[in-house]
Write a protein that binds this ligand. Structure first.
Ligand SMILES: NC(=O)c1ccc[n+]([C@@H]2O[C@H](COP(=O)([O-])OP(=O)(O)OC[C@H]3O[C@@H](n4cnc5c(N)ncnc54)[C@H](O)[C@@H]3O)[C@@H](O)[C@H]2O)c1
Length: 384
């Protein structure tokens, strides 16, 4: 694994606990973790349970005792690392967004397909049992024809104007701002549950244009007192039409006061509706139009029963799971995929489709016009 901070810790926890909950024929062995700072990566290796560490990620790729690479670094590093891993024939887990642009994402997808690597992108929210159950209800046509999709990913960390510059506010490292960072998850959920986007129109805003340069890695004392430009959007809104005729509205922002990590969706069909909120991730709210008049309304399903995907791997009914289990569920699919020789969803194809969508949104913002996402996707050869 490359990277040892937020996602490094979340993924390490998932590797450690995966065999504890899932009975798999292919199991992870935590061979080595990589980071540039030797003291810190050594500490991380010990704390998270890795056998060894490397200060140059390329060494991981060269090692014969390593069969898979997990990329948990900032977005601008994904491309180079994934291409190198694919060329070396390693299986790959890559964090989202897949790349900095569509060209990179396509090359990564092609390289992984060519080498026969098993690949997945870490859109972990698909793996909440409630979200998987929502997918099942939609596949069973319990909602009927879908008319509306409403997706929001709301945080409020940037309301604090003293919150410092990080790699997430620097365009050359992050690519897109909130759109890539949190919006990409919500857009992936819409693709997963409803289908492909046909066209989008969007706007973005940067409400806080400068932030203290403090806390950015490799800073010097003088830099700490500097203000630095924020070079990406900190809020975005878009409207969309789906290929199946549904229409959607989406919002991603880090200035929505009172929202800590509000990744939410509501989907309305002719026969029913569903809604979900990450901050209450075990529950799916469901409404059916054919319920008895007078007691019709949203009901709450606690998705911890055997009917709900992945739930049986954990505790007796009603004994809820958390954020970290979404990564464990995703990895269970990944290791089963290695055994079966298939790249489970969401894989690099989903990463590429998400990137095309993000690039379409960017283009819509720049040109102030609708952009046809289907045309863009069709012009790029993506194997089914
Ligand atoms: N799936 C999710 O829910 C989720 C949540 C947060 C972040 N992410 C994604 O995960 C990735 C990492 O984000 P994070 O929050 O863990 O960031 P972070 O800043 O917490 O950690 C980044 C890590 O990458 C290391 N790193 C940076 N440049 C490197 C290089 N050149 N070589 C080796 N290591 C390098 C840093 O030292 C650090 O250990 C990003 O792509 C981000 O979008 C996904």
């Amino acid at each position: 694994m490359i990277g040892y901070k937020f996602m490094g810790k979340a993924h390490s926890n998932a590797y450690r606990n995966l065999p504890f909950f899932f009975d798999l024929n292919v199991v992870p062995v935590m061979k080595a973790i990589s980071g540039r700072n030797e003291t810190k990566v050594k500490e991380a290796a010990q704390a998270f349970g890795w056998e060894s560490y490397e200060t140059d990620w390329r060494k991981l790729i060269e090692r014969d005792d390593i069969d898979m690479i997990d990329i948990a670094t900032p977005n601008n590093m994904h491309y180079e690392m994934a291409i190198a891993a694919a060329k070396a024939g390693k299986h790959i887990i890559c964090e989202k967004p897949l790349a900095m642009n569509t060209r990179q994402a396509k090359e990564m997808y092609d390289a992984a397909c060519k080498s026969g690597s098993i690949h997945m992108i870490c859109h972990n929210y698909r793996f909440a049992p409630a979200v998987q159950f929502a997918k099942r209800l939609i596949e069973q046509n319990r909602l009927g024809k879908i008319n509306h999709v409403r997706g929001t990913y709301l945080q409020d960390v940037y309301l604090d104007t003293e919150a410092p510059i990080t790699w997430r506010t620097r365009k050359e490292i992050t690519g897109l701002g909130v759109l890539g960072d949190i919006g990409s998850h919500n857009l992936d959920l819409a693709r997963f549950l409803v289908g492909e986007f046909q066209e989008v129109a969007a706007l973005t805003e940067t409400f806080v244009n400068q932030r203290p340069a403090a806390e950015f890695e490799n800073q010097n004392e003088a830099d700490k007192k500097q203000m630095e430009d924020v070079t990406v959007e900190d809020a975005a809104a878009l409207i969309a039409r789906f290929e199946n005729g549904a229409i959607g509205t989406f919002e991603a922002t880090k200035l929505a006061g009172g929202n800590l990590n509000g990744n939410r969706f509501e989907i309305n069909g002719e026969k029913g509706s569903i809604r979900w909120d990450l901050e209450n991730l075990n529950n799916l709210e469901v409404y059916f139009t054919d319920d008895e008049p007078g007691i019709r309304g949203y009901r709450t399903i606690n998705c911890t029963e055997k009917y709900h995907p992945y739930a049986e791997a954990y505790w007796p009914v009603g004994h809820i799971i958390g954020y970290e289990h979404t990564f464990i569920n995703l990895l269970s699919d990944f290791f089963n995929g290695i055994e079966q020789g298939v790249s489970p969803r969401p894989n690099f194809e989903d990463g590429l489709r998400n990137q095309i969508l993000l690039e379409s949104i960017e283009e819509s913002v720049a040109k102030k016009v609708w952009i046809n996402v289907s045309e863009k996707s069709n012009s790029i050869s993506i194997k089914e």
